[in-house]
Design a binder for this molecule. Structure first.
Ligand code: FES
Length: 158
């Protein structure tokens, strides 16, 4: 979506129009765009700005503040390591580092083959099974550093 296709321009304009009567439409617009395309690059932010009159700076601020939004396309599998307090005290930091080492990427990055994105999450509401890791919505309980290579391999070979 680096250069916006005509159909993308039409679709995004429609999404902006959908919330034209709302007082604070930005989150709804960006959520719909994220759901539709999986990411919100600068070209799209500029178009949203043009359609809504909201500055690009404000839009960029929102997109980069919330981890739900992404500036770049995410991988086929999005690995979310919870680094909330309950998970952290049970070793989530080391689990996160192991995913980073096995995948060869830092948090927020995607592997070159487009398979994996690694994200650090705040509490995902699964503190009882800390440390918790979520992969495309499936939650892995009590993940140990030694589990990480096998978890990655199971998706690589899927
Ligand atoms: S802190 Fe990780 S699930 Fe709550």
């Amino acid at each position: 979506m680096a250069h916006l296709s005509e159909s993308a321009v039409v679709k995004i304009s429609e999404i902006c129009q959908r919330y034209a009567d709302e007082n604070t439409p930005l989150m709804m617009i960006l959520s719909d765009i994220q759901n539709e395309y999986g990411y919100i690059p600068l070209e799209v932010q500029e178009l949203v700005s043009e359609k809504t009159g909201i500055s690009v700076a404000e839009i960029y601020g929102v997109v980069t503040f919330y981890s739900f939004f992404s500036l770049k396309p995410k991988g086929k599998y999005v690995i979310g390591c919870c680094l909330g307090t309950a998970c952290y005290v049970k070793g989530a930091g080391q689990v996160f580092d192991k995913f980073s080492e096995v995948l060869g990427i830092k948090g927020g990055e995607t592997t070159e083959d487009g398979l994996f994105t690694l994200d650090a999450l705040r509490c995902i509401g699964a503190c009882g099974i800390a440390p918790a890791v979520s992969i495309n919505g499936k939650v892995y309980p009590k993940v140990k550093v030694s589990d990480v290579p096998e978890i990655v391999a199971s998706y690589r070979n899927a």
